[in-house]
Design a protein around this ligand. Structure first.
Ligand code: NAG
Ligand code: NAG
Ligand code: NAG
Ligand code: NAG
Ligand code: NAG
Ligand code: NAG
Ligand code: NAG
Ligand code: NAG
Ligand code: NAG
Ligand code: NAG
Ligand code: NAG
Ligand code: NAG
Length: 724
């Protein structure tokens, strides 16, 4: 079943990418689940970039080529970077952002000249003229307010031990903590005890994570005398104090691996620099590889570690205790195996997708790599999924702004890889064999549907408690999957709503990420926008008094029965009393709560029955359906498209999509409409601006889906036709 859906995803993506081909047969054999697009910067090394005017976005701006920059994904989806190395001698001290909506770089602050001294100002006092001295390979974190933090780094001579915060709203840097002197030694203090005099000292090339507890963590890296550390530190941004959490205080430790895949308080990874770090969706930290040559001369590491923040224990999960060079075992592309390994390498880039898979791109082994790997944290297997299986191997820029299955970034390490929305990471710069880059690539990952819904059985709507105004409206090809004009859409975190017909492209609304959390989102355009249209709609009434109105074939999220782990609850929803609900509401008010995605499924509105539960994402509660009615609306039909592909309508979580029975497939297929770069390039074809009625792009899908259905009939996949 899963395999079949996989092919549909591929099929649709490829058809769209090659755009308009009708030879479905050739396309079916393709394996394109990963597609790169070169969207900016130079296709040669050593570019001097273009600063433009400070503070002014411009599509002709681009940062000079660099590697080892510290980077952050802003709370508003804006991508940030600071500093980096220009060569093996000189360092940058400039702050840049890249706006995914305008497709342009802005030189925000800091010096445009190399090796600038910076301005510390007074410790703890923000000031427009403050900025950190130029540096590379710092550690970075963002706090829950979206402010950008950095610690340490070096200028190829001396290491820093200063903590800085950049306030995104005020545009001011603050020297928050640590010393304005270089090459400071660590001060550990007692284990687990936080103090203003503790400091990791001069550090660069460290691994860093933000915990779900909003604490910043830092592991190892290089220190003042070039030593490699194996210590773990915690920084509390609320009181600006460090505490030493674990690992060795000695430089160059050989680690304590313990028993393979067994957690222990005495385990810790060997000292290293240039490791790759991830935080998975459950809040656990992962650490891979890096350079251990200082510890045991002559080699790189390939070990993968898990750190559990609550138990404070490390577990050696994969790889070996040895050091080595290269040693990758690729296996067959796309096929997981317990014998696969990316091999010994350092300075790879990582990110986590919405299904909690770890991704590893490139690195130095010590030749530069451009392979893409996944690590499944359940099966504990590596898979080589994309890119070249040699070092300093093949690559192709393709045409600027054109997605192609032959585009592949040049091999590199020390690159920036922003995780934009757990699905479409953006790659910038890095160091390769021929030199240093400032190119920008997007990576599209076609995520398969985890649990495809069964094909719908239309017409039967069980237990509608009342039937008012039933009119058999003509519902045929191109039937609408929309909301009526007066449906209300949640537009901010304060609970404000706007009538759906009043939304405009670019407006802020609340979306919902793959973990069921409310996120700031925006209207990218319309899948359907037709004032005055008439259609039959369902009004689904819930116990809490909400009424969701939408067309029959729109996707809505239903809690899967007997699932007992919804938002961490152990009680089935039907047993929750009003009072318990209120208690849960208070307990679960924290944004960090996440939905177990296997607890919900996207189904057609017409499949919802009395007794099913919809999702009130604001309250983090299931909301049981008490009645379903059929109505007719005469005021028009609206279906906005958001970046997350989800929105909150009439208080309930819904998908932006309909007609096709899988949210994930629709989301994948409409990817070009969500990626601003592509939306612009294919603007007229996508038609998300100023359209009336059905978006032309969505209409085109109808034809693609029907031809796909013909090819796949023997597979008995019910490909439900047409978008609205
Ligand atoms: C790329 O896509 C084209 C057109 O769909 C297909 O013919 C070709 O086999 C694909 N190439 C690779 C390397 O997958
Ligand atoms: C680099 O890009 C330019 C402009 O897009 C193109 O003319 C040139 O052929 C490209 N060079 C390489 C090596 O791809
Ligand atoms: C953007 O930069 C280009 C090249 O430097 C310049 O010609 C143009 O006027 C700039 N546009 C804006 C809006 O500043
Ligand atoms: C990004 O661009 C959009 C559209 O122009 C704008 O509204 C937004 O403020 C920009 N964000 C930043 C941080 O500059
Ligand atoms: C900010 O820095 C400037 C230049 O160093 C200084 O003149 C000014 O007094 C500072 N302002 C504050 C509020 O500290
Ligand atoms: C950031 O700046 C804004 C606007 O000046 C201010 O309201 C906010 O308190 C600042 N945040 C921090 C953490 O200093
Ligand atoms: C470093 O900080 C100390 C204490 O805040 C201050 O006295 C000194 O002038 C600073 N030095 C530089 C170079 O900023
Ligand atoms: C832990 O830190 C606190 C406050 O900094 C200090 O009073 C206390 O003595 C420390 N504990 C130990 C065991 O050093
Ligand atoms: C990861 O492995 C588990 C167990 O083998 C499997 O059920 C799951 O589908 C895999 N995840 C992905 C994204 O392939
Ligand atoms: C790399 O991939 C190619 C083609 O898939 C294959 O022929 C070759 O044996 C692979 N080499 C290694 C080292 O895996
Ligand atoms: C690529 O897209 C960017 C952003 O929209 C645009 O500035 C640039 O002109 C495009 N270049 C080409 C060759 O299409
Ligand atoms: C049925 O629809 C008509 C036309 O919109 C409306 O005037 C009437 O009030 C509706 N009746 C009910 C019971 O909702």
């Amino acid at each position: 079943m899963r395999k079949r859906y996989f092919s549909i995803v591929r099929l649709l993506v490829v058809v769209l990418v090659v755009s308009s081909t009708h030879t479905v047969r050739g396309v079916l054999s393709s394996e394109d689940t990963f597609l790169w697009t070169w969207i900016g910067g130079s296709n040669s090394t050593g570019s001097s970039g273009s600063y433009g005017v400070q503070g002014v976005p411009n599509t002709s701006n681009v940062p000079p080529a660099r590697y080892g920059a510290v980077f952050w994904t802003g709370a508003d989806g804006v991508l940030w970077l600071f500093g980096g190395g220009s060569d093996l001698r000189d360092v940058f001290g400039d702050l840049w952002n890249y706006n995914l909506s305008t497709f342009s770089w802005t030189w925000v602050g800091g010096s445009a000249s190399l090796n600038s001294a910076g301005v510390y100002g007074s410790r703890g006092v923000p000031n427009k003229s403050n900025h950190p001295p130029s540096r590379t390979q710092s550690a970075g974190w963002s706090d829950s307010y979206g402010n950008l933090w950095l610690y340490g780094g070096w200028n190829f001579n001396s290491g820093y031990s200063d903590m800085w915060m950049y306030n995104v709203s005020s545009g001011e840097w603050t020297w928050v903590q640590g010393s304005n002197k270089t090459n400071v030694s660590p001060t550990y203090g007692p284990r687990g005890n936080s103090s203003s005099s503790n400091t990791p000292g001069a550090r660069y090339k460290t691994a860093a994570w933000v915990g779900l507890d909003d604490q910043f963590y830092l592991f190892g890296g290089s220190g003042a005398n070039g030593s490699s550390y194996g210590d773990l530190w915690q920084y509390n941004p609320a009181n600006n104090e460090w505490s030493w959490v674990g690992g060795s205080q000695e430089p160059d430790p050989s680690g304590s691996y313990g028993t393979f895949r067994q957690a222990s308080p005495s385990n810790y990874p060997a000292g290293r620099y240039g490791a790759t770090s991830w935080r998975d969706l459950d809040g656990n930290f992962w650490l891979f590889g890096g350079d251990g040559e200082i510890v045991r001369p002559g080699g790189l590491l390939n070990d993968l570690w898990l750190y559990n923040v609550s138990s404070k224990e490390w577990t050696w999960m994969s790889g070996d205790e040895k050091i080595g060079l290269n040693g990758a075992v690729y296996g067959e592309k796309g096929v997981p195996s317990s014998s696969n390994t990316p091999g010994y390498r350092s300075f790879s880039s990582g990110f986590v997708d919405s299904s909690n898979t770890l991704y590893l791109f490139g690195g130095s082994s010590p030749g530069a790599c451009n392979d893409l790997w996944t690590f499944n944290i359940t099966s504990l297997e590596w898979t080589w999924v994309d890119g070249d299986n040699t070092t300093n191997g093949a690559y192709s820029y393709g045409e600027l702004n054109k997605t192609s299955n032959t585009t592949l970034p040049p091999p590199r390490y020390g690159a920036v890889l922003w995780d934009t929305d757990q699905n479409d990471p953006v790659l910038f710069g890095g160091l390769g064999k021929p030199g240093i880059y400032n190119d920008l690539f997007t990576l599209y990952i076609a995520t398969p549907t985890p649990t495809p819904t069964a094909s719908p059985t239309p017409s039967v709507t069980a237990e509608p408690s009342a039937t008012t105004n039933v009119t058999q409206t003509a519902v045929g090809e191109g039937s609408a999957v929309c909301f009526p004009a007066d449906a209300s859409v949640l537009i901010d975190g304060l609970g404000n709503h706007l009538q759906i017909s009043e939304l405009r492209s670019g407006m802020a609304v609340m979306g919902v990420n793959g973990r069921g959390q409310l996120v700031e989102d925006s209207v990218l355009g319309w899948l359907h926008n037709e004032a005055g249209a008439t259609a039959e709609i369902l009004a689904i009434k819930t116990r809490s008094g909400k009424q969701l109105r939408l067309t029959r074939q729109h996707l809505v999220y239903r809690m899967i029965e007997h699932s007992r782990d919804f938002y961490g609850m152990t009680t089935a929803f039907s047993c929750i009393s009003q009072k318990q609900q209120q208690q849960h509401q208070q307990e679960h008010i924290r944004q960090s709560l996440e939905l177990d995605t296997s607890a919900v499924e996207a189904v057609f509105a017409e499949e919802i029955r009395v007794g099913d539960a919809l999702l009130d994402v604001a309250a983090h509660l299931p909301d049981p359906v008490v009645a379903i009615e059929t109505l007719v609306t005469h005021n028009g039909l609206y279906a906005p498209l958001t970046r997350s592909g989800r929105l909150v309508v009439d208080g309930v979580l819904v998908s932006c999509y309909g007609t096709y029975a899988s949210h994930a497939v629709a989301h994948a297929v409409l990817w070009p409409a969500r990626v601003d770069a592509l939306r612009k390039v294919w603007g007229s074809g996508l038609g998300t601006e100023g359209i009336v009625g059905i978006m032309p792009y969505a209409e085109r899908l109808y034809h693609i889906w029907t031809s796909a259905a013909r090819v796949l009939t023997e597979a008995r996949v019910s490909v439900v036709v047409a978008a609205c």
